[in-house]
Design a protein around this ligand. Structure first.
Ligand code: SF4
Length: 338
């Protein structure tokens, strides 16, 4: 039985037509779930008794469970338990421009990036759309405020779970659903090239971020195994196609790892790679963890790297750091449950 929070509105319309009811019933149900936040079918007025019974028979209305919360200045980290006992994480951040949430897309991840805590725990399964939608609903209930920005950059590779992620985006972007504007939604991939082409076609208004982390194949192969499947040239071609088709700016994420990818030569090479591309680079100070040997680049070196990109005309920012009292690296809360 499918969970009701996995169903985009057009699919729900088809369902009601198929059971000889009215198409607009889908909008009514959406308004109960996402606007009025009424989750018990029995409490939904204006829906006939027979339809209520049918809905209860045909859909699961259950929720994932909030198990743990860690808080620091302007950041909250949440651990959720899924119905099969697996755990996932989400991170909420307060910014000047609104409230963002970084959601997980899989239990574990198979991409094996060498610096990543989440990737140490291999993929167990994909998340279904409802398990991602409910991360937002439960956190909004916890903070009693609306989330304005969503980033699919938590545990997992979203393009390895493409269909569920696309349904998730349809549901949260729907004006009758959670109603988060497409331009406030960002999907981040480590570089699954065929899906970048599909994404450009399916979601031209949603932002794309690329976890790049290295300016050449040799280095990228060392820290990101995906690069052996799709080399930098193929990746860059798909990104150029995305920019040309959507007219949107791409974000490149670049985690700064001491003595690995943070030299001045690396910065020059990165500048050359991205020259004249409609993009910006987000330099991310690495969160060291006990389990992984990489070290965080010193601040002075991050600034030197930043300067070289700037001088070469690349738009660049250094990611603002949030509280260190929470287990900041993605995957740490979950890892500590095992
Ligand atoms: S960085 Fe992202 S894609 Fe790479 S292993 Fe971690 S979760 Fe997976």
């Amino acid at each position: 039985m499918k969970n009701i929070f996995s169903i985009p509105r057009n699919e729900l319309e088809e369902y009601f037509i198929n059971i000889n009811d009215k198409k607009f019933r889908a909008t009514q149900i959406y308004e109960f779930l996402y606007k009025k936040r009424i989750y018990n079918v029995n409490d939904m007025n204006n829906i006939g008794k027979n339809i209520k019974e049918k809905l209860k028979q045909d859909f699961d209305f259950s929720f994932i469970k909030l198990k743990l919360k860690q808080e620091d200045v302007n950041v909250k980290k949440y651990l959720f338990e899924l119905s099969d006992g697996n755990y996932i994480e989400s991170v909420l951040m307060y910014h000047d421009y609104g409230i963002s949430i970084c959601v997980s897309s899989q239990v574990g991840c198979n991409m094996g990036c060498a610096f990543c805590e989440s990737g140490r725990l291999k993929k167990v399964r994909n998340l279904e759309a409802y398990e991602i939608v409910q991360q937002i609903i439960l956190i909004e209930e916890d903070i009693k405020a609306r989330i304005s920005h969503v980033v699919v950059m938590g545990i997992g590779e979203p393009f390895d779970n493409y269909d569920n992620i696309m349904n998730f985006i349809r549901i949260i972007n729907d004006p009758k659903g959670i109603d988060i504007g497409a331009r406030h939604i960002t999907v981040s991939t480590c570089g699954i090239v065929p899906k970048i082409y599909e994404f450009a076609k399916d979601f031209s208004q949603v932002n794309l971020a690329i976890s790049l982390h290295a300016p050449n194949d040799k280095l990228r192969n060392q820290i990101m195994p995906i690069s052996k499947a799709y080399n930098l040239n193929e990746l860059m071609n798909s990104i150029k196609h995305y920019i040309k088709t959507t007219n949107r700016r791409v974000t490149f994420e670049y985690i700064m790892l001491e003595n690995i990818n943070d030299s001045e030569d690396n910065a020059k090479e990165l500048s050359k790679l991205l020259k004249n591309l409609n993009c910006y680079v987000n330099l991310i100070p690495y969160n060291e963890t006990e389990n992984i040997g990489f070290k965080r680049t010193k601040k002075v070196q991050i600034l030197a790297f930043y300067d070289i990109l700037k001088k070469n005309g690349i738009n660049v920012t250094i990611r603002k750091e949030f509280g260190s009292k929470v287990d900041a690296a993605c995957g740490q809360l979950r890892a500590n449950q095992n």
